[in-house]
Design a protein around this ligand. Structure first.
Ligand SMILES: [Zn+2]
Length: 317
């Protein structure tokens, strides 16, 4: 089963999708205009139970406060109309995470998608010590479009589904190791679901050099959608996220890694430079830039094992 199936207590009345183990809404998402992002509400009002206050003492980290006036997002936008050279290939490993949170705070998320902050910290420490450094997915996309080679031991970190532990736990750990990540956010859940990144947290992530990528409006399977449905899930969600952070996403992640040719074409037509799935390999090219593989990192991925995995994925490393 492909990734992106983390679940959380949904809004009242939302059924569980038994096929994917994920949660979908029972009612269609209200239409939104491009200039009017979804209304947000105080997080305290989203749940009868307050969000737990995470303790990062185990990894020696303090949770930063979202900055009210952060720096603008810095990820590069795709170059409109520029097709990558068919002969140019990058082989940058891309890791796929979902939740960086203690297991007892992970709610109903599938255990295989939950990596503890301590393990995440140890994984990144091992990669840093082995000489690896990060780029964002938008930077890979730009390098592919421009035909720019990237240095050896370059890799990317992606974190799917927009849970707030990406801010409270993952961000300080990323910053400690000098790494940047791409967060694939489900736009329709921001301000709607509990334990999901708030607009202020999204802005703070972007200001910290993280990339905010598009992971649809509602995390629905794209292969079954009409052209209009595809556009809403791909482009309207991007505009909603742009309303939150001030810059349109440059890259896209298919929910559960499910896509077809129509979805690929819609992603390209809606202005993205690259889209990602789950799969073994490190290969970015003109031929597959709208279905680029990412390697899942699980709670059983040891730091040593992760370093070895990247070494196997990168030729000559
Ligand atoms: Zn997902």
């Amino acid at each position: 089963m492909a990734g992106c199936t983390a679940v959380s207590p949904p809004a009242a009345g939302a059924p569980v999708n038994a096929t994917e183990g994920s949660v979908t809404r029972s009612q269609p998402t209200p239409a939104r205009t491009l200039s009017q992002p979804p209304s947000t509400q105080p997080r305290e009002s989203q749940s009868a139970t307050p969000n737990p206050v995470p303790s990062l003492s185990a990894v020696g980290t303090q949770v930063p406060e979202p900055s009210p006036s952060p720096n603008p997002p810095s990820w590069p936008s795709p170059v409109v109309g520029l097709e990558p050279s068919p002969a140019f290939v990058l082989q940058v490993p891309i890791l796929m995470y979902h939740r960086i949170v203690p297991a007892d705070l992970a709610g109903d998320s599938l255990p295989g998608l939950v990596v503890s902050p301590e393990l995440f910290d140890a994984q990144l420490a091992a990669l840093q010590a082995a000489g690896w450094h990060t780029v964002t997915l938008a930077q890979i996309s730009q390098a592919l479009q421009l035909g720019t080679a990237l240095p050896p031991r370059t890799f990317a970190i992606s974190i799917d589904d927009g849970w707030d532990d990406g801010y409270t736990y993952a961000l300080p750990i990323l910053q400690r190791h000098g790494f940047h990540a791409t967060y694939y956010v489900i736009a329709g859940r921001v301000g709607t679901w509990k334990n999901v990144l708030t607009p202020a947290e999204l802005k703070a992530l972007a200001a910290a050099g993280m990339e905010i990528g598009d992971h649809t409006l509602d995390h629905v399977g794209l292969p079954y959608l009409s052209p209009v449905g595809l556009h809403v899930q791909i482009a309207t969600s991007a505009d909603v996220l742009a309303g939150f952070v001030g810059k349109r996403p440059a890259t896209f992640a298919y929910p559960s890694g499910r896509y077809d040719l129509a979805a690929e074409e819609a992603v390209q037509a809606d202005g993205f430079g690259m889209a990602v799935i789950e799969g073994w390999g490190a290969w970015e090219s003109a031929a597959n830039r709208f279905a680029v593989p990412r390697v899942r990192v699980s709670p059983s991925t040891t730091p040593v094992g992760l370093v070895g995995m990247l070494q196997r994925l990168e030729p000559g490393s």
